[in-house]
Design a protein around this ligand. Structure first.
Ligand code: IFM
Length: 442
């Protein structure tokens, strides 16, 4: 099964970048050569991770990175997006862990040799545990610590990096981690979730100032996740609930970045539930962006609940991915165009898009045709947004290989490359072959 785009597709034009993406905790392993992070602690708590697993070995990427770079190069991508484990490069006393820095420098050098552009994310959820012990993202000081980390690492990497993203999906680090309690550190507290969201955005703004100074040649920005919020019915209360969910889950993160203010919803909350915002914070947060990374997987449906708030409704329409997420490609075009119409956006990259599927290895093959169909539809959805007037500069498949899918453990497989966790053998799935063949058409 092949992936195909029209011969005159905007995605096949020179300059449009294709890549694959990963994140440190999800693939690296080698936990003994870095500081413990909040996900190590969370994984050690019984019942937090569905299969009881952890990130101690993961895909053993720290030991197998050369093989993995070969794999990436063989796919014919233009770019590789990965993240730095903060606790692998900075020691507790703030000094550099040179072995850790050296690991990433070698990786960057190998990518450069193969002409693969490096998209580096500074924070993809693995906060060092010693910072959590000091309050983590609830403590404003962590935002300043993050800027110091950005300073050290950008100086160490020099001009090896094509693009830096400060944060990956601050919504997840705030809402899933502090309000829903399903991600590390597993707290359920609304006010704290909002405070963490604010400190993350502040950390982003402070780090952007550092990036502009230390890495002016790089494209510097942030990666946000978006999901169109649809009402469960056409009654007014559900329509209002879906609008509120959109303000809370989507606009809450993008509006401060681009307009220096939170959605009106914030001021409608009881004062005791609002985050503390220091004067001047929003100016720091609203630094000009060289790019916005958009991660998209599915839409979400909401109904009004009896607390004057919104509740999500489980998907009722097929098809679903193995995560139970509705496959809804038109939602990608919808959310892109909604943002394009509402804001003055910087150039956009689709920094993550993909699907977990119940892959099985049969006679050495993984025929993940449903994933190929997913990519086909979402590439088309990306193209539709470009054709409607948006600037989109690239598309990254999530993920290069199967990996630790957070609270789901290793059971959910998002990779285009299959990982046998017993032998660490990597096998290209049919989707990897289809993407490789598509990239080669250019
Ligand atoms: O695996 C995650 C990734 O770390 C962040 N974005 C969503 C992916 C799939 O859940």
């Amino acid at each position: 099964m092949k992936l195909s785009l029209a011969a005159n597709s905007a995605l096949l034009k020179p300059g449009f970048m294709f890549g694959v993406a990963t994140a440190s905790f999800q693939i690296e392993g080698a936990a003994d050569s870095r500081l413990p992070c909040i996900w190590d602690t969370f994984c050690a708590e019984p019942g937090r991770i569905k299969d009881g697993s952890n990130g101690l070995v993961a895909c053993d990427h720290v030991n197998r990175w050369r093989e993995d770079v070969e794999l990436i190069a063989a796919l014919g991508v233009d770019a590789y997006r990965f993240s730095i484990a903060w606790g692998r490069v900075i020691n507790i006393d703030g000094s550099i862990n040179s072995a850790g820095v050296n690991f990433y420098q070698q990786l960057l050098d190998e990518l450069a040799k193969r002409n693969i552009k490096a998209f580096v994310t500074l924070y993809h959820w693995d906060l060092p545990q010693y910072l959590q012990d000091n309050g983590g993202w609830l403590n404003r000081t962590t935002a300043y610590k993050f800027a110091e980390y950005a300073d050290v690492i950008t100086k160490a990497f020099g001009n090896r990096v094509y693009s830096y993203a400060t944060l990956n999906e601050p919504f997840c680090s705030a809402y899933l981690s502090y309000e829903a309690g399903i991600h590390a550190p597993g707290i359920q507290n609304r006010k704290q979730g909002r405070q963490v969201a604010h400190h993350l955005l502040l950390a982003h703004g402070l780090a952007m100032q550092v990036l502009k100074k230390n890495a002016p040649q790089a494209k510097n920005g942030i990666v946000l996740n978006f999901s169109p919020c649809h009402p469960a019915s056409n009654i007014d209360a559900d329509i209002r609930a879906a609008k509120m969910a959109d303000e809370y889950h989507n606009q809450w993160y993008i509006q401060p970045l681009l307009e220096g203010c939170y959605p009106d919803l914030l001021s409608q909350l009881p004062a005791s539930d609002q985050p503390d915002i220091t004067e001047g914070d929003l100016t720091i947060i609203a630094q000009p962006l060289d790019f916005l990374g958009v991660n998209y997987y599915t839409r979400t449906v909401y109904r009004a609940n009896d607390k004057g708030w919104f509740s999500d409704v489980p998907p009722t329409r097929q098809p679903l991915t193995d995560m139970g997420w509705e496959i809804y490609p038109q939602g990608l075009t919808e959310i892109l165009l909604a943002m394009h119409n509402r804001y003055t956006l910087p150039p956009v990259y689709i920094t993550e898009n993909g699907a977990a599927m119940p892959d099985t290895l049969q006679q050495g093959q993984i025929n993940d045709y449903a994933r190929i169909a997913y990519f086909q539809q979402h590439l088309q959805a990306t193209e539709n947004a470009i054709n409607a007037g948006m600037r989109i500069d690239g598309y990254f498949a999530w993920s290069l290989m199967d990996n630790f899918e957070w609270a789901e453990g290793y059971v959910k497989r998002f990779g285009i490359v299959y990982v046998d966790y017993t032998t660490q053998q990597r096998t290209l799935k049919a989707s990897a072959v289809a993407l490789r063949d598509l990239f080669a058409e250019r």
